[in-house]
Design a protein. Structure first.
Length: 277
């Protein structure tokens, strides 16, 4: 368990999550780099990093015994936009299971992609990514270019409407929730949990919101450690990051890594200790 916690801290330091998977120029990665430089120079942090107060980015790892074979969980977000069929086809051909976090927006605009997913229920588990891809953040109107809920009622609506869309389209009740940006106001966490959802953090960020080149994504994925929960995106088929996910997954398979899904009974180690200002 101590090794898992150490790995979580190591991967957290290496892989800061880009908040907007639809291409905002101002990302968490750039803000954090700017903030670190500002602190080193004795300058104040940029306003955009301060206006949301303390936000939580949950970490998540599989809770596995150390003597098990190397096992990782691949999770893919479908925020809005299109469907990366090349990525899904590669997973299907190689029989790689994954957990797909779908928004109601994505479900509505990608019926063929949804049909492909539903044709492979043994491979793909479905998670709730919200209704309109609205961040579970209070107060401000946007964060890193993504609209925020603003208040508790709006967070509840985003979560429950997303769950309803999945139930109608897929016929299952998703129990894992990942909000837009994967950042949460502290008050949002117990609310989401009280609605019956486990919050899907991650421990390895593969693509920084589909913003990285294929070679970088591949290198990140292939370095996945035992128990890592990998986050990437499947809604940007025209960006090079998707090819990097495919290459990285193939590299892990060549290394003998086993993939698993996040399901209701998946043993995990979660942490809510990671915060940004």
């Amino acid at each position: 368990m101590a090794q898992i916690e150490q790995d979580m801290r190591t991967n957290a330091a290496m892989h800061n999550h880009c908040s907007c998977c639809v291409g905002a120029r101002l990302t968490r990665r750039s803000v954090l780099k700017f903030g670190a430089a500002a602190l080193a120079l004795g300058s104040p942090l940029p306003v955009v990093a301060q206006e949301h107060g303390s936000l939580i980015e949950p970490l998540l790892k599989l809770s596995l015994t150390s003597d098990q074979d190397r096992v990782v969980a691949l999770t893919l977000d479908a925020c809005s936009g299109g469907c990366d069929y090349k990525m899904l086809d590669a997973l299907i051909v190689s029989s790689v299971p994954a957990t797909l976090f779908l928004t109601a927006r994505w479900i509505k605009s990608n019926p063929e992609g949804l049909r492909l997913i539903l044709d492979h229920p043994n491979l793909f588990a479905i998670g709730n990514h919200g209704a309109q891809h609205i961040a579970a953040v209070l107060g401000a109107s946007s964060i890193f270019g993504v609209r925020t809920a603003g208040d508790i009622d709006a967070i509840k609506t985003e979560v429950l409407d997303g769950a309803e869309a999945i139930h109608r389209a897929v016929g299952v009740d998703a129990k894992w929730y990942r909000g837009a940006t994967a950042l949460y106001s502290p008050q949002a966490v117990p609310l989401i949990q009280s609605l019956g959802f486990s919050i899907a953090g991650f421990s390895l960020n593969a693509d920084e919101g589909a913003s990285l080149p294929a070679s970088t994504v591949s290198e990140r994925v292939k370095r996945a450690r035992h128990g890592d929960v990998i986050i990437a995106h499947m809604n940007q088929p025209h960006r090079p990051s998707g090819a990097g996910v495919i290459a990285g997954v193939r590299a892990l398979l060549d290394q003998g890594v086993t993939f698993t899904k996040l399901e209701n009974t998946t043993p995990v180690l979660a942490s809510l200790d990671r915060r940004y200002l």
